[in-house]
Write a protein that binds this ligand. Structure first.
Ligand SMILES: Cc1ncc(COP(=O)(O)O)c(C=O)c1O
Length: 366
């Protein structure tokens, strides 16, 4: 997005003047494979249940919502307990308008000093750090996008970040951290009195153990999850964290009153009650991801092995290829990483359209 030209009369913070609003293009007439959404619409069963629930609660809309979103948090705790064999309660969960709001609340409550992340990773982490005036320290990844654990441990003890971010599976690379590596990071961040924040937006697509299983063992481990990806519920805007109850209490100091609407809370609960139907596309997306990965490799491009619903692949001129794909009706993401583009798994028709279009663009030049 282009930077606005700010007029002199506007008392905008100087440190914001150089920023552009975050956002990927939203173009409706193409195969939209650029924002890691689930390409499948909610099932008819879920759509009907949502409509019925909205009908029922609409008579209460003159009242503010439940400020603490207790029923939704109970539903989310049950969901996580079923998935990961944990025994968490609503006191271990906080829910908000997407996990981006969760990330913002973490910075507002704990971003006093430095925050550390390992680049390339989810670009909203440093952006929210900037906006909340937290110093962002950029740790590096290896050439294959893995994290050098020994280096990371040194960096944690050197910088003493209040917040250390790990995204696993990582966006935009799709790579994951093993659970014993997360344990080592948890021990190191505990020693310096910081929080270890594990952003697991894509966890349901991965077969690696979730860090929610660490929340009871390490009270300073915070896991971020979302209903935007595997749940196919991005439009509902529901993200949540799983953490020690003291972390949840601290977040309540910075949350806006009635932040989560009655409608959001109600439809979130309905989707959780239909979680089997909501998550029915996960297996299909995983196997389609592997098919696309093989097809890209056959075209001669390098694909980074992914545990998520997207793939990062190498191209010589990403900007030219991005434009030529768009000209053929396929929208992928230029994540600003030299030599790479990212594609989200779409419907089988979209995936085929992408492969055909890519074959035309790179024609052996990768
Ligand atoms: C790693 C990661 N975290 C968080 C988010 C934000 O998701 P949402 O605000 O929709 O929950 C995204 C979205 O792409 C993401 O990739």
């Amino acid at each position: 997005m282009t930077k606005p030209d700010w007029p002199v009369w506007l008392p905008l913070r100087r440190d914001l003047m150089e920023l552009s609003p975050y956002g990927a293009p939203q173009i409706h007439s193409v195969a939209r494979m650029n924002t890691n959404e689930n390409p499948y619409a909610p099932s008819r069963e879920l759509m009907e249940a949502i409509a019925g629930q909205i009908n029922e609660i609409s008579s209460t809309l003159n009242r503010y919502p439940d400020r603490d979103a207790v029923s939704l948090r109970v539903g989310l705790a049950d969901f996580i307990n079923n998935l990961s064999a944990t025994d968490l309660t609503a006191e271990n969960i906080w829910a908000a308008n997407g996990s981006n709001e969760i990330i913002q609340s973490l910075f507002l409550a704990f971003g006093d000093g430095k925050a550390l992340g390992f680049s390339p990773s989810y670009s909203m982490h440093p952006l929210i750090a900037h906006v909340t005036k937290t110093i962002w320290v950029e740790g590096k990844r290896r050439e294959d996008f893995s994290i050098d654990l020994a280096e990371a441990l040194i960096q944690i003890s050197k910088d003493s970040p209040k917040l250390t971010f790990i995204t696993t599976p990582n966006n935009p690379t799709g790579t994951s951290l093993a659970i014993d590596e997360i344990a080592e990071l948890a021990i190191a961040t505990g020693k310096i009195g910081g929080l270890l924040v594990i952003d697991e937006a894509y966890a349901e697509f991965s077969s690696i153990q979730s860090a929610v299983t660490f929340v009871k063992r390490f009270p300073h481990v915070v896991v971020i999850r979302t209903m935007s990806k595997a749940f196919a519920f991005a439009g509902a805007r529901i993200g949540y964290l799983v953490a020690d109850s003291k972390v949840v209490s601290a977040i309540q100091l910075v949350r806006l009153p009635y932040h989560l609407s009655t409608l959001t809370q109600a439809v979130g609960l309905v989707a959780l009650k239909h979680s089997a139907a909501s998550l029915r596309t996960v297996e299909k997306i995983r196997s389609d991801r592997d098919l696309i990965s093989d097809a890209i490799s056959r075209l001669g491009a390098r694909v980074i092995p992914s545990n998520a619903n997207f793939l990062l692949f190498s191209v010589i001129e990403p900007q030219r290829v991005w434009k030529e794909l768009l000209d053929q009706g396929v929208l992928v993401r230029d994540v600003g990483l030299s030599g790479y583009l990212r594609v989200t798994v779409g419907t089988p028709q979209e995936n085929q359209k992408f492969i055909d279009a890519l074959a035309k663009c790179i024609g052996g030049k990768v």
